[in-house]
Ligand binder design. Structure first.
Ligand code: ATP
Length: 332
């Protein structure tokens, strides 16, 4: 990290996030982040949903000479193909119906800073071609303009997809993959970082107590045992949410084991599959739609509206889930 060690941004990140790791696997990821920070190399962060890839991208930016400039984040799975392009490239007034004023895109906003493209595996092949050109030439035009603009940005991408498999399936371009992954850094899942678990529990407990203006004086041993042994498919995001809920459910400063089954039973009960009492006979397609709507809304609520995580756990693509969200009018 050289001359940038201990600057304000790094200290802020270290204060707000748990980075003081005892896990050799995560320590190695952090070491890579620090090493690449000084360079301009394109970085690809790989890891399951909720492992902290976005946090790692912020850490790289904070450790880099660009730390005092913008870090611009775009969640590629949150937009349709055309919306993503206007978000990235910006547009001129009148470029398309509805373009009443010209607008800067994220490339421009990231000038001299860092551009973080999250869920890069969800971009279409056409968008990948367009991105490849900008990454190679550092030049782009706003939609509706012929004037090229030169930009200087450091690119960080993240994915929880297996991009090599996507290349084999022809949904991800190989040339684009090589271009964005000059340095690939894996962020390990929480179940491979058991050394950090109980320190993290304390870290999130402290945060939750501040947020909820309460104190926890005792945690029953079975709760700690559960927290240590659980597998966390949703990784750090799930641990943080679990602690938040336990703090909310606590009484008189005590987190009791009885709160755990309630916590996990709610999920099972609310999914609505436990009942076989129906009120009337309806066409099967209406029943399917109704059940699917309720179930998907429940899943989205469970993961706090995180579409990437929901689609991973539902084992469908984010694009499929977005189509369902639009079709059924679901809330994220
Ligand atoms: N080291 C950490 N310390 C504290 N909180 C963390 C840490 N890493 C991640 N988190 C928290 O966990 C949640 C998920 O983190 P983040 O968004 O960085 O994960 P991700 O891998 O990018 O997830 P996704 O693939 O779903 O986008 C966030 O609420 C974040 O604040």
């Amino acid at each position: 990290m050289g001359e940038y060690t201990n600057n304000k941004e790094i200290n802020n990140i270290k204060k707000n996030f748990f980075l003081n790791t005892k896990s050799p696997a995560f320590a190695e990821s952090l070491r890579y982040c620090e090493k690449v920070a000084n360079s301009n190399a394109n970085v690809l962060l790989i890891g399951e949903s909720g492992t902290g890839k976005e946090v790692a991208s912020q850490y790289i930016h904070a450790c880099s000479p660009r730390a005092s400039n913008n870090m611009v984040t775009v969640n590629c799975s949150a937009f349709t193909e055309t919306l993503l392009e206007s978000e990235l490239f910006g547009y001129e007034q009148g470029a398309f119906t509805g373009a009443l004023k010209s607008k800067k895109g994220k490339f421009e906003l990231a000038h001299e800073g860092t551009l973080f493209l999250d869920e890069i595996g969800d971009t279409s092949l056409l968008t990948q071609v367009k991105l490849l050109r900008v990454i190679e030439t550092k030049e782009f035009e706003r939609i509706g303009s012929n004037t090229p603009m030169l930009i200087d940005f450091r690119l960080i991408c993240a994915t929880n997809n297996d991009l090599e498999e996507n290349i084999l399936n022809n949904t991800f371009r190989e040339d684009f993959f090589f271009r964005i992954s000059t340095i690939a850094i894996r962020i390990p899942p929480l179940r491979e970082r058991k050394e950090d678990l109980m320190d993290m529990v304390q870290f999130f407990l402290k945060q939750a107590c501040v947020e909820n203006k309460c104190e926890i004086s005792y945690i029953e041993p079975e709760v700690n045992e559960f927290l240590y042994n659980y597998d966390y498919p949703g990784n750090i995001r799930e641990l943080k949410n679990t602690i938040d809920r336990l703090v909310v459910l606590s009484e008189n400063g005590i987190i009791r084991k009885d709160d755990l089954p309630i916590l996990y039973a709610i999920g099972k009960h609310k999914s609505g599959f436990s009942t076989n009492r129906f009120e009337s006979i309806v066409p099967l397609k209406d029943f399917r739609k109704d059940t699917e709507t309720k179930y998907l809304q429940w899943v989205l609520d469970e993961v706090n509206g995180n579409v990437a995580e929901a689609s991973r756990r539902l084992d469908i693509s984010t694009r499929q889930l977005f189509n369902k969200i639009n079709e059924y009018g679901l809330q994220k």
